[in-house]
Write a protein that binds this ligand. Sequence first.
Ligand SMILES: [Zn+2]
Ligand SMILES: [Zn+2]
Length: 368
Amino acid sequence: MKTRTAVLYAPGEPIRVEEVELDPPKDNEVQVRIVAAGICHSDYHIVAGDLPAYLPMALGHEGAGIVEEVGSKVTNCKPGDHVVLTFIPSCGRCRYCTAGHANLCNMGAAILAGPQLDGTFRMHSEQGGVGQMCLISTFSERTVVPDMSVVVIEDHYPLNRAVLVGCGVPTGVGAVTHRAKVVPGSSVMVIGCGGIGSNIVQGAALAGARMVIAVDVNDFKLEKAKELGATHTVNSTRDDPVQLAKELTYGEGVDYAFEAIATPATIGQAYAATGKNGTVVVVGLTPATAESIPIPPLDLVLFQKTLMGTLYGDSQPRYDIPNLLALYHAGKIKLDELVTRTYTLDQVNEAYADMLSGRNIRGVIEFA
Ligand SMILES: [Zn+2]
Ligand SMILES: [Zn+2]
């Protein structure tokens, strides 16, 4: 069948919305009609050329929709099921999945490679195979994905909100709860309050942090951070976040600093803001060319600091996606407030322009 999708042919070019041929699902694959897709920064790294990936690539790695057809060996979902797609598949069998780190599933090696897991393409243009971002390419009316990328959710959740628990929410909330394991009463700083950072803020509030200092260069994002649980905000174009972190903690520094901008300089700021026994968590994707971060090694030991990274918030998609939706249902985490603007598929370039200019926490493409 034909489907409309958003394809990147070369870095620096606009994304092209075009019709491609979509093959039916193979044995362990699922065809999904996408209802909503989130505008996340990671696709833009490929557009900008600072994350190497197969091209042409049908973009989009945050998506929710309805199953239309399943391959002969699929047992985890059926036509009509409402699903959220996970941008890292979880096989359930590899060393990392079985150790409780499905976010590091060995199948994740395939997510920027282009074809499906058997090495063949499901999407085709006149020039040949079109790769699928994270195997799921959610900026598509319809897509075919591995069954291990599909997580069934309860029907009553609005799919244009559930979409957010495919990437941004588990990455941010999980960084706090799973990776750093923030304990009640902690002091937390969050540098960068966009799609990921805003979820770190609400994760810190959920974890019972007594102080959540939100840092950004954009006052709109800082206002949103307050809605999501920030107790203090700093616009770093006007004030020094490290100095404020020290002032608010009687000179000690914060217990946890999360870095969601992904520049070496802001990782250095996060490190400087933490005190003794402090933990720095790097969440954002730095460009592949970034090499070193300004960290004084001596106080890593003297102050017993921890520097860690996290991918997908150390989340287990099959556990965390339904669990985060249950937390939303219970009013413990916010999703409606995160969606700042909606777009049609044809507006995908505009959606990225808005993301870059700081107009959105999360933009969402809604399909008719
Ligand atoms: Zn993402
Ligand atoms: Zn695995």
